[in-house]
Design a protein around this ligand. Structure first.
Ligand SMILES: [Zn+2]
Length: 368
């Protein structure tokens, strides 16, 4: 980040300017250049960047095109839930634009569609790189040297060729959806962000990252609707995914952020398993992170004036009408039922201050 922007961070006039950009639709040419930068929020910096959105849209389309009638369609259906997105109606493209678009999708289908956004180093680096170059209207450095993103010549050519088509027909809508998502979650982050980050760091017996966590808001993310990569710690969240809307947006944000601080849990689980000669359960730490974020967010949402009104009973992650993500999306029912019982029995007392971290983990592991 440039020092000048950093100095602006807490500047009131910059906030106003940003609110202006958020609320006033800009001319499309200007809009592609105006980056969202960061709203003056604590804990997270939220971006809606052009190239990273184009990248994920092409990846999404390439996956879709490969899934139609292919073996992969069956794999997707049986193994992992697919993205819960209703793609916006596709705008009509002129023949030459359609050809450019199809070529780019084919390139992604051939090179990336079989690779996982979360587990493939190449795709992680590419995503981070495209995020960093959100201020550039090119990636080759032809016009401005500092806009040389250092990508392969083939990919640079594909992205630069398809960029005008994306800009003309998709970007305005995607950017609007991203900004809407950011606007929806911003008041709660502003009001509760610091407290939540401290509470979660406390629970995981660590510190929340000193620097704000960069979040790239994109129209399409991966099959899960959001994912987090580390070193550098960055979150990608789909603004059009139905699972990420309403009060759940805050939970998704902090769940993803928790991926950066939950390592002590995994370390403790592994240690306890080794001591007992037990196989290390693959997803227990992740179920624990889902459970914990859900509980912490539920508590906050029931007391926050900035929260959308929630009314109702309590229990099962459903207190005061707030349905925690893992309950709502059926994660426990789909194979984590045993984990839920362990979490409610041994981890919840720790969250309530009635047990220690080490005891809670040890008891969970010994009951596996
Ligand atoms: Zn997760």
């Amino acid at each position: 980040m440039r020092p000048a922007m950093r100095r602006w961070r807490n500047n009131a006039s910059f906030s106003l300017l940003l609110v202006f950009f958020l609320l006033v639709p800009l001319h499309s040419e200007a809009q592609s250049q105006v980056n969202f930068w960061e709203t003056p929020l604590p804990v997270f910096e939220l971006h809606s960047g052009f190239w990273i959105n184009l990248h994920h849209t092409l990846y999404y389309e390439a996956r879709q095109s490969k899934a139609v009638g292919s073996r992969e369609a069956n794999v997707d259906k049986s193994a992992t839930p697919s993205a819960k997105q209703v793609p916006p109606a596709k705008p009509p493209l002129a023949a030459v634009e359609q050809k450019t678009w199809d070529d780019a999708v084919s390139y992604y289908a051939a090179n990336y569609a079989n690779k996982d956004l979360l587990f493939t180093t190449e795709l992680i680096q590419l995503k981070d790189q495209l995020g960093d170059f959100e201020d550039c209207d090119e990636l080759s450095g032809r016009k401005r040297k500092f806009c040389d993103a250092g990508l392969s010549p083939n990919l640079t050519q594909v992205l630069e060729a398809v960029a005008p088509v994306y800009r003309a027909h998709f970007w305005a809508e995607h950017d609007r959806a991203n900004r809407r998502w950011i606007l929806q979650v911003a008041p709660l982050v502003r009001e509760q962000g610091v407290g939540l980050s401290e509470r979660l760091a406390d629970i995981y017996q660590t510190r929340w990252p000193h620097q704000k966590i960069r979040v790239d808001v994109v129209a399409f993310a991966n099959w899960a609707g959001a994912y987090t990569t580390v070193d550098p710690l960055r979150v990608t969240i789909a603004s059009l995914d139905s699972r990420n809307q309403g009060p759940q947006a805050l939970e998704v944000l902090f769940h993803e952020g928790s991926h950066g601080i939950a390592e002590p849990v995994q370390t403790a689980i592994i240690r306890e398993c080794r001591q007992r000669d037990k196989p290390i359960p693959r997803d227990l730490w992740h179920a624990l992170v889902f459970y914990t974020t859900g509980e912490v967010i539920r508590t906050v949402l029931t007391s926050s004036p900035a929260a959308p009104q929630n009314k109702g009973g309590s229990g099962s992650g459903n207190g005061n009408g707030y349905s925690a993500y893992a309950f709502r999306e059926g994660l426990y029912q789909r194979g984590w039922k045993g984990y839920l019982e362990l979490l409610q029995r041994f981890w919840q007392p720790y969250l309530d201050g009635k047990a220690t971290f080490d005891d809670a983990i040890a008891r969970m592991v010994s009951s596996l």
